[in-house]
Design a protein around this ligand. Structure first.
Ligand SMILES: Cc1ncc(COP(=O)(O)O)c(C=O)c1O
Length: 409
């Protein structure tokens, strides 16, 4: 880490209030906001209150913020502005990609066993709705990029119409070799829809270089923006043949009230349904700008340094198993560990209750997940390792942390 980078991460940390009192390692669920993001939202709320939501200056700023958010997102995703739609969240974007394709019985759909419900259920739903043949690529956390590509190679064939996958898995933290998988899929005529819930603000994205057809990201996870907004990239030449799922006047090129209607074809705004929250747009814009200022590659390098460090510290604790991606090429800022025999939800509850460590458990893989972001430090990793070592030595957590666990978020 250069001195410049170290200064940048210290400044980000200093302007992220939650880091004062907590070890906040949960960006994979919802990232920690800087004061600048909150201030942008508050200023916009005040402006709307003072001038009314529909006066000209307020409306003008609304349009300007949306325009700037599209431009900043396009820059961040290696895309053109005309390829970016503003959505409500990642899952909405994934649904637009998946359900926009005309599928019929017997068409192949390929996904993986390490998807979140936000990608998995849309995949299952194609089987329920159209009678597609669903193939689930088995991926283990120790698999490297080569093995992952081989498994996709076996799963994708000439009947495959759709591949739905995360670029970074929420369940193992593995960064998948998306460009290679996309090349394979395209060579066999399939559309690639990417669940980028764990990638926007985390791994550098170059949508044009990746070649994917649709790529959805949220504002609220690694970008550390507010909840309630997502951005969807649709490759320019695919906009026309993806049919919008939910429609409004924005999906019409023209219409009247006597029966004339012409659908928008290649305008990405056809995927945007209706009104959204401008304070949320304002906060997201600042979050994207901050990320671009930090530098996507620098962020990616830093979070992987932290994971590497965590691997050394946690790997040395007797009784702790490392359960995330294990190769350099698949490494991300998501770090996983398990204490065999212990419920990871109880361990997560203990960490928060005893030491204000905010993380989550992922039941699908029986593990605790730490999302290591640029506002985190090696000292925090040391502290967490110390706590986990004490749990491992005691063989469990105190009774009050053995909480009932509900459905996974
Ligand atoms: C891989 C993945 N997909 C989708 C989601 C849901 O994201 P959103 O709330 O933006 O729809 C999550 C949230 O944890 C996730 O990790």
């Amino acid at each position: 880490m250069t001195t410049d980078h170290a200064a940048r991460w210290a400044a980000v940390r200093a302007s992220t209030p939650v880091t004062r009192d907590y070890i906040y390692v949960n960006a994979g669920f919802c990232g920690a906001r800087t004061t600048a993001v909150g201030d942008a939202m508050k200023q916009r709320i005040d402006f709307e209150e003072l001038h009314g939501p529909t006066t000209k200056p307020v409306m003008d700023e609304r349009a300007d913020l949306a325009r700037r958010l599209r431009a900043a997102t396009a820059q961040m995703m290696g895309a053109d502005v005309e390829e970016i739609a503003i959505t409500g969240n990642t899952t909405e974007g994934v649904n637009i990609g998946v359900n926009g394709i005309a599928l019929k019985p017997g068409d192949g759909v390929v996904t993986t066993n390490i998807e979140h419900g936000g990608g998995m259920i849309p995949a299952y739903w194609t089987r329920r709705r159209y009678g597609t043949e669903l193939t689930i690529v088995p991926i283990e956390h120790g698999n490297g990029s080569g093995e992952i590509v081989e498994r996709f190679d076996q799963a994708i064939n000439d009947t495959t119409k759709l591949v739905i996958l995360s670029e970074i898995s929420y369940a193992t933290g593995q960064a998948l070799p998306l460009a290679e998988i996309t090349r394979l899929a395209h060579a066999r005529g399939a559309t690639v829809v990417v669940d980028g819930a764990q990638t926007g603000g985390h791994i550098p994205i170059d949508a044009h270089a990746l070649g994917v057809d649709a790529y959805a990201i949220p504002a609220h996870k690694w970008l550390c923006g507010p909840e309630g907004l997502g951005m969807l990239y649709v490759r320019r030449d695919r906009i026309a043949d993806l049919d919008p799922v939910k429609v409004s006047g924005r999906a019409a090129a023209s219409y009247d009230f006597e029966g004339h209607f012409e659908a928008k074809r290649d305008d990405v705004t056809k995927f945007e349904v209706s009104t959204n929250s401008t304070p949320v747009v304002a906060g997201t814009l600042v979050a994207v700008e901050q990320y671009l200022e930090s530098g996507p590659q620098a962020v990616w390098d830093r979070v992987r340094d932290l994971t590497r460090y965590a691997e050394q510290q946690f790997g040395a604790i007797p009784g702790v198993e490392l359960t995330g991606g294990r190769t350099e090429a698949t490494r991300s800022g998501l770090f996983f560990f398990a204490l065999p025999g212990l419920d990871p939800a109880h361990v997560a509850a203990y960490l928060q209750g005893e030491a204000k460590v905010v993380c989550r458990s992922v039941r699908q893989v029986g593990s605790v997940r730490l999302s290591l972001h640029v506002y985190n430090t090696e000292a925090e990793v040391d502290r967490m390792a110390e706590l986990v070592a004490s749990v491992a030595a005691a063989g469990g957590v105190p009774e009050q942390y053995r909480v009932a666990t509900g459905p996974e978020a």
